[in-house]
Design a protein around this ligand. Structure first.
Ligand SMILES: Cc1cc2nc3c(=O)[nH]c(=O)nc-3n(C[C@H](O)[C@H](O)[C@H](O)COP(=O)(O)O)c2cc1C
Length: 227
C-alpha cells in the first residue's frame, strides 16, 4: 500500500490532500453471476474482505436523520446478517437511538479500502426485541457491558472521575449479577430496501450493482448503474 506523502513538501493543505493516494487497493473483479439476494453477495464480499486482511470489515457508518430532518453518521460494528437484514446495537438513549425512534429510515455504509469495495445498505430500522437485545448485551465483555450500562452516551462529561466511578460501580454490579442487562441496550435490524455494491477499477471504470426490493413480491431485482 502506498504511504501518505510528507505534508511539508507541498505548498498548501489542498495540494497535499489532492496528492494523497486514493483507491489504491488491489481490486478483485465484481462477481459476474449475481446471487438472488443481496445478503448472499454481502456475506460473500465480507468473507473475501476478511480473507484479504481488511481490518475490521464489520465496521460501518450508520447514517440516521433526527426529528428535525438533520442527518448524522457514526461508525459502529455490524453484529449479524440474516434474511431479515443487517444487525447492529447500541443505547436507545443515545442520539442515534433517539434518531431511530423518531425516524426509522437509515443507511449502513461499508468501505473495504484494500479491495476498493463499498456497500451501501438503505432501508428502515426495526428493534430486535428484548431477548435479542439481551443476548447481544451479554455477549459483550464485562468491561464493555459496564461501560454501556454506566455511560450517558454523547452527553457532556464534566468530570472524568465521575465516569471512572460509574464504570467501577457497573463492573461490580455485573460481577455480582452476571445476567444483568441494561434496559436501554438495543439490537436493531436495518431491513433493506436497496443494497448497492460498488467495485473500484484501476482504470476508473468502476462497476455498480444495485439490488432493489420488489414491493409486490418482496423479492429482489438487480441492475447495473452508471458509475
Ligand atoms: C470502529 C468503531 C466501532 C464502534 N462500534 C460501536 C457500536 O457497535 N455501537 C455503538 O453504539 N457505538 C459504536 N461506536 C461508537 C460510535 O461511533 C459513536 O461514537 C457512539 O455510538 C455515539 O454515537 P451517537 O452520539 O450518534 O449515538 C464505534 C466507533 C468506532 C470508531
Amino acid at each position: 500500500m502506498p504511504t501518505a506523502p510528507d505534508p511539508s513538501s507541498y505548498l498548501d493543505t489542498r495540494a497535499w490532500i489532492r496528492a494523497l493516494p486514493a483507491l489504491s487497493g488491489v481490486t478483485p473483479p465484481l462477481v459476474e453471476v449475481l446471487p438472488d439476494s443481496p445478503s448472499e453477495l454481502f456475506l460473500y464480499w465480507i468473507t473475501e474482505a476478511g480473507a484479504a486482511g481488511v481490518p475490521e470489515p464489520q465496521a460501518a457508518a450508520l447514517s440516521t436523520v433526527d426529528a428535525d430532518g438533520c442527518p448524522d453518521a457514526r461508525f459502529l460494528l455490524l453484529k449479524d446478517v440474516t434474511e431479515r437484514g443487517f444487525w447492529f446495537s447500541g443505547d436507545a438513549h443515545s442520539p442515534k437511538g433517539r434518531d431511530l425512534a423518531s425516524n426509522s429510515s437509515a443507511a449502513l455504509t461499508f468501505y473495504w479500502r484494500e479491495q476498493g469495495r463499498q456497500v451501501r445498505v438503505r432501508g428502515s430500522v426495526e428493534e430486535g426485541g428484548p431477548a435479542v437485545s439481551a443476548r447481544d448485551f451479554r455477549e459483550r465483555s464485562v468491561t464493555a457491558r459496564a461501560v454501556a450500562a454506566a455511560s450517558r452516551q454523547s452527553e457532556v462529561l464534566g468530570d472524568p472521575a465521575e465516569y471512572e466511578h460509574a464504570v467501577t460501580a457497573a463492573v461490580a454490579r455485573i460481577e455480582a449479577e452476571p445476567d444483568f442487562v441494561s434496559d436501554s441496550w438495543r439490537a436493531w435490524c436495518l431491513v433493506p430496501d436497496s443494497v448497492e455494491f460498488w467495485q473500484a477499477d484501476p482504470g476508473r471504470r468502476h462497476r455498480r450493482r444495485l439490488y432493489r426490493r420488489d414491493t409486490g413480491t418482496g423479492g429482489w431485482t438487480a441492475a447495473e448503474l452508471w458509475p
